[in-house]
Ligand binder design. Structure first.
Ligand code: TRP
Length: 344
């Protein structure tokens, strides 16, 4: 078994699975450039499964109507961003009850100590005080392990922040296999080497995030042309005038260069060279145009999909049926292995 960080890519035709929480009305540029465009690339080579972890979304208090809206909006943005529902299996977690069923078994397999070490739990529970945090926040990683293991994927394309959860998933898979016999494939985290880390436009020391202190720091995929241009033009830049990639001393400009590079596919060095001797303002004006042009078709397509919720729901229910075929086979084997009595 490989250990630690590995960048090994599964072979063509292998299966991958990933998901992103529907925690906002719009995905932001960090979700798009850091995750979604990589997912889109994986579906060229792999048998890809993408889902919306709506059950994870209720580990913190939710408004029911808002959640329903956000699930559809997230699905529409996956598709608008390039996930092809004919090619990949696209579904909503709560449509496949096997997630909750295997989640329980993963919970029983996990030690209190190892669960307590999960950084995302520590962060999120610290925010509301450990005693008032829901138990679901604590068992969140075990449900995530179930999400993954049900589909027997070779790889899990995620960002650096999810590595610990994938590591726990690997441990649980190995533990189960050891105790009950070979059942689960032990998946590899797939963290893109060129993964763009996008920072807050107003506070480039922090990752772009839904919980940002200022809405102007977060560029949403569904923002209007005007909002996109305004947010980029008013991005915080740094002391000095030189346009140079140096995240230590120039976090603001470096973030803009990262976004520029990710949106155009051009290397950062080439962009630096082009802007040598020019001012921050030039870079921002050009980047605003680039972002507007690049994101407009994504927003238009998402809105078109959201105009027909029945059609979108039908797509998702087709995806869930495909997902269930795989998930139910895995769960049946697991139920048998742990010693449950056959139901019929
Ligand atoms: N925890 C992930 C996040 O916060 C979302 C997620 C849930 C996930 N289940 C998953 C990601 C399974 C990959 C695989 O973004």
């Amino acid at each position: 078994m490989t250990e630690g960080t590995h960048s090994s890519q599964p072979a063509a035709g292998a299966r991958v699975l990933s998901g992103m929480q529907p925690s906002g009305d719009s995905l932001h540029l960090g979700n798009y450039l850091g995750a979604l465009i990589h997912w889109v690339r994986t579906q060229e080579t792999y048998d890809a499964f993408f889902f919306i972890p709506d059950m994870h979304a209720i580990t913190v208090p939710q408004d029911p109507e808002e959640l329903r809206t956000r699930i559809r909006r997230t699905a529409a943005q996956y598709i608008a961003g390039g996930i092809d529902p004919d090619r990949s299996t696209l579904f909503v977690q709560s449509h496949v009850p096997e997630h909750a069923q295997l989640g329980w078994i993963m919970t029983c397999l996990t030690g209190m100590g190892e669960a307590s070490r999960m950084a995302q739990f520590k962060d999120k529970s610290a925010k509301q005080g450990v005693d008032s945090a829901g138990v679901g926040l604590f068992t969140y990683p075990m449900l995530q392990a179930a999400d993954i293991l049900l589909y027997q994927p070779h790889g899990v394309p995620v960002g650096e922040d999810q590595k610990q959860h994938v590591e726990l998933t690997r441990n649980l898979a190995q533990r189960f296999n050891h105790r009950f016999g070979e059942t689960f494939r032990v998946p590899e985290p797939m963290i893109p080497a060129d993964g763009a880390r996008i920072y807050d436009l107003q506070n480039p020391g922090a990752k772009m995030s839904k919980s940002a202190s200022s809405p102007n720091g977060v560029l949403n995929l569904l923002d209007t042309d005007k909002q996109i241009a305004k947010k980029i033009k008013s991005a915080v830049t740094d002391d000095g005038t030189e346009i140079r990639f140096d995240p230590e001393t120039k976090p603001g400009v470096s973030n803009l260069l990262t976004i520029y590079s990710a949106l155009t596919g051009r290397p950062v060095a080439e962009i630096e060279a082009e802007y040598q001797g020019r001012m921050y303002g030039h870079l921002k004006v050009d980047l605003a145009d680039i972002a507007v042009e690049r994101l407009r078709p994504v927003r238009d397509r998402a809105e078109q999909l959201l105009d027909d919720p029945a059609e979108l729901d039908a797509l998702l229910s087709k995806g869930a049926a495909k997902a269930r075929q795989v998930a139910s086979a895995t769960l049946a084997e697991v139920y048998e292995k742990v010693g449950f009595l056959p139901a019929h």
